[in-house]
Design a protein around this ligand. Structure first.
Ligand code: F3S
Length: 649
C-alpha cells in the first residue's frame, strides 16, 4: 500500500511502534532547535543528564523571544545559552540574529530530516519537506541526548490545493481559511500534508507561512512535498546540495481530504482574540487602527516584508498610527537594507525594529489602551500583546500595509481602486540570500567550553516518584481554551525568571486568579479543573513545571492540548479527562480524591480512575497514557526516568 510523505519520513526514522494512527511511535531525531525562553531549562536538563555532547546531527540554540535586554537576567541567560551551546556542541545564533524558525529555515532545515524544537511553531520548515514537531523542552533535551521522541502516530490529512492565488490574496489567507473552516482544535492529532496542482504555484516562503500557522490548528505538524521550488530556494540559500525530491506515493491513503481552491481566496483577517475568528477583511473594514506590525515567524521573511515595503514606498503612512517592521531574521533585514527597501520604509514613516519575537509576546511595542493593533503574526490570544484588553487582528503584510496607508482596516483591493496607482506586489525572492553569517557561532568556533550561570539561573525542580494517594482541594476551576499564556504569561516582567522556578511559579495562573500561587503554596497538594483544550498555545514546559513546583498533583480537564499533555506527564502530573457533567458539578474549593491506589493503577495499565468529590459523590475520569507515559509518571517525571535509564546502560 502506498505511503503518504509523512509516513515515508516517519518510516525512515522509526525506532519503536507501528505507523498506526493513535499508536505511540518512537522516532529518531536529526535536528533540534531551542530558543531563549525554553532553552535555558533545556540546557539545565541536558546538564542533569550528565552527557558530554549533543548526539543529534545538528542542534541550534537561538535567542529571539527576549532580545531587548532590560536587565542583567536576560543577558545572563543569553551568556548561559552561548556557553551551553559551546560546551555541548550546538550552533548558537546571537540575540538579534532573528527568530528561530526563520533562521533555522534559512540555514539548516533540509528535506526528509526530522526535527524537534522547544517552540510550538517548530513545524515551520515543513514548507521545505522537513518533518518538524514542537515539543516540551525536556523532550528536546532527551532527543539531544540521542533518545527517541515519542508521539502518538497522527492521522495524515490531505489538503489538496487547486488553482492559483488571485491578486492580493496570499498564503496567509490560505491558512486563515483553514482556521476559519477547522477552528483552533481542528488539527489536534493530525498532520496536514499539502498536495495537488496548487502546490507548485507557492514559493517556499509562502509554504512556510502555511506550515508555521498549522500550529494554530492544533496540528502535530504540516508538510509540503519538495519540487523545483524547494530546490530553487535551497540554491538561493547556497545549500542546493541538500535538496532531496520527496512526494507521497500516488496510491497513498489519507484519513481525510480537504480541498482548497486557491483562486477563490480573498484577503481575510482574524478578529480579536482567537486565531480562528476569521472573516473577510471587507467585513471589518472601517475599523480605526492605531498600530500595524509586520514581522514574526509567520510573515517576517524577505518575501513577506517586501510586499509591504513596495506598498508604502513613495507614500506616507497615516499620522495617527504607528507602523513597525521587525524582520524575522537579520538575513531578511540585511537584504532589505542592501536593496534600499529599509530606507524606503523609513521614509514612509515606518519604524524598523530589531529582528526579534518581541511584540508577539508583549515584549516591546505594546498597543495603546483601548486600541486596535493589526499584526502579521500567528496568535492574538487576549492579553498576549502585553495589555489585558487588547484588540489584535491577524492578517497578511498586504492587509497590514493597506491599513497603515488608510488609517483603518481596508481590503487592499478597495484601497488599490481608491488610490488608482497601487499594484498588487506579488511575491518575489531575492536572487541570492547571501546575508552575513557573523551572528551564527558554529560548534567549532565556540567561545566557551564551560557553563556560565548568573545568579538568576536556578536548579531544575524534581518531583518524588508517584505515590498511592492523590487528594486535595480544587484550587482553581477554569473554562475552555486555557492557554499556556494563561498558565505562565510570557511577558517580559515574568519571562525573565524562566530559569528561576521558585520565583517564576509566583506568577502561575495569575492571569486567571492572582491568588492562585499563594493558595497553592499554602495548601498541601491540590488539583486543577478545566474545560476543553486545556494548555493550548505554546510548548512552554514551565506551564507544567510551575504547577508541579507549587504542589499540584493532577489536572482534570474535558480535553488537553497535545504538547501540554505531554508536558504534564514529563513533570509527573496526572492528566485526567472528565466529561462535561463532571466538569459542571465540580466547584472551585471542592475536595477531590482519586479513590484508586494511583501508583498501582498507573503501573497496571488502568484506563480510568474513580474520583470522589467532597466525600459525597463519585465520577469516572479517563486516563489514556501509553506504557512509556506510565513509566514517566511512576518515576516522578521524565528527567528522573531518563537519568535512571542512562545510569542502567
Ligand atoms: Fe516568536 Fe511569536 Fe513566532 S513568539 S517564535 S514570533 S509565535
Amino acid at each position: 500500500m502506498g505511503q503518504t510523505l509523512t509516513e515515508k519520513i516517519l518510516d525512515d526514522h522509526l525506532v519503536e511502534g507501528d505507523l498506526e494512527p493513535g499508536e505511540e511511535i518512537g522516532i529518531e531525531i536529526d535536528q533540534v532547535l531551542t530558543q531563549d525562553t525554553t532553552g535555558t531549562m533545556v540546557w539545565l536538563q541536558f546538564e542533569a543528564l550528565e552527557l558530554d555532547e549533543v548526539q543529534t546531527e545538528l542542534a541550534a540554540q537561538y535567542c529571539d523571544h527576549q532580545t531587548y535586554q532590560f536587565d542583567f537576567k536576560n543577558t545572563d541567560d543569553h551568556r548561559f545559552l552561548r556557553s551551553a551551546a559551546g560546551t555541548y556542541g550546538a550552533y548558537f545564533s546571537r540575540p538579534g540574529n532573528g527568530i528561530c524558525h526563520n533562521v533555522h529555515k534559512e540555514n539548516f532545515a533540509a528535506p526528509g530530516k526530522t526535527m524537534l524544537g522547544s517552540d510550538s511553531h517548530t513545524p515551520t520548515p515543513g514548507g521545505l519537506g522537513e518533518l518538524a514537531i514542537g515539543a516540551g523542552g525536556l523532550d528536546v533535551a532527551v532527543a539531544m541526548g540521542g533518545g527517541p521522541y515519542f508521539v502518538e502516530m497522527p492521522e495524515v490529512v490531505n489538503v489538496r490545493l487547486e488553482g492559483e492565488l488571485p491578486e492580493w490574496a496570499t498564503a496567509k489567507d490560505l491558512i486563515l481559511e483553514m482556521l476559519r473552516r477547522l477552528s483552533v482544535k481542528g488539527g489536534v492529532g493530525k498532520v496536514f500534508e499539502y498536495t495537488g496542482p496548487g502546490v507548485e504555484s507557492l514559493s517556499v516562503p509562502e509554504r512556510t507561512t502555511i506550515t508555521n500557522m498549522g500550529t494554530e490548528l492544533g496540528a502535530t505538524t504540516s508538510i509540503f512535498p519538495t519540487d523545483e521550488r524547494t530546490k530553487d530556494y535551497l540554491e538561493r540559500q547556497g545549500r542546493g546540495e541538500e535538496y532531496v525530491e520527496l512526494s507521497p506515493d500516488e496510491d497513498a491513503t489519507y484519513a481525510d481530504e480537504i480541498v482548497v481552491d486557491l483562486s477563490e481566496l480573498e484577503p481575510l483577517i482574524s478578529a480579536p482574540s482567537m486565531p480562528d475568528n476569521v472573516v473577510p477583511v471587507r467585513e471589518v473594514a472601517g475599523e480605526d487602527v492605531e498600530q500595524v506590525i509586520v514581522g514574526s515567524c509567520t510573515n517576517g521573511g524577505y518575501a513577506d516584508i517586501l510586499p509591504a515595503a513596495k506598498m508604502v514606498s513613495g507614500r506616507e503612512i497615516q499620522k495617527d498610527l504607528e507602523m513597525i517592521v521587525a524582520p524575522g531574521s537579520k538575513q531578511a533585514g540585511e537584504l532589505l537594507a542592501r536593496e534600499g527597501w529599509t530606507a524606503e520604509m523609513m521614509a514612509a514613516g515606518v519604524n524598523v525594529s530589531e529582528s526579534t519575537c518581541g511584540p508577539c509576546i508583549g515584549i516591546g511595542h505594546v498597543p495603546a489602551s483601548d486600541s486596535v493593533s493589526l499584526r502579521t503574526f500567528n496568535r492574538n490570544f487576549e492579553g498576549r500583546s502585553g495589555i489585558e484588553d487588547d484588540s489584535v487582528y491577524l492578517c497578511s503584510p498586504q492587509v497590514a500595509a493597506a491599513a497603515a496607508l488608510k488609517g483603518e482596516i481596508v481590503d487592499p483591493r478597495d484601497l488599490a481602486e481608491e488610490l488608482g496607482d497601487l499594484e498588487s506586489p506579488g511575491v518575489e525572492l531575492p536572487d541570492r540570500y547571501d546575508g552575513s553569517k557573523a551572528d551564527i557561532i558554529e560548534p567549532d568556533e565556540a567561545v566557551d567550553d564551560d557553563l556560565i550561570k548568573g545568579p538568576n539561573i536556578g536548579d531544575v525542580p524534581l518531583k518524588d516518584p508517584l505515590g498511592a494517594d492523590i487528594a486535595g482541594e480544587t484550587l482553581l476551576k477554569m473554562p475552555d481554551n486555557i492557554t499556556t499564556d494563561h498558565i505562565i504569561p510570557a511577558t517580559s516582567d515574568i519571562l525573565k525568571f524562566r530559569s528561576n522556578i521558585d520565583k517564576l511559579s509566583e506568577f502561575t495562573l495569575s492571569r486567571v486568579d492572582d491568588t492562585f500561587a499563594e493558595r497553592a503554596r499554602e495548601s498541601d497538594g491540590g488539583v486543577l479543573v478545566a474545560g476543553e483544550n486545556y494548555g493550548q498555545g505554546s510548548s512552554r514546559e514551565h506551564a507544567a513545571m510551575c504547577p508541579m513546583y507549587l504542589g499540584i498533583e493532577a489536572v482534570l480537564a474535558q480535553s488537553f492540548a497535545r504538547i501540554h499533555k505531554a508536558n504534564l506527564y514529563n513533570f509527573g502530573l496526572l492528566p485526567l479527562t472528565i466529561d462535561e457533567e463532571t466538569y459542571e458539578r465540580i466547584d472551585q474549593g471542592d475536595h477531590v480524591e482519586v479513590v484508586d491506589d494511583v501508583a498501582e493503577a498507573v503501573a497496571s495499565g488502568a484506563e480510568e480512575f474513580t474520583i470522589r468529590v467532597n466525600d459525597d459523590w463519585e465520577a469516572t475520569a479517563e486516563f489514556d497514557a501509553s506504557e512509556r507515559e506510565r513509566e514517566i509518571l511512576a518515576a516522578g517525571g521524565k528527567l528522573t526516568l531518563t537519568k535512571q535509564q542512562y545510569e542502567e546502560d
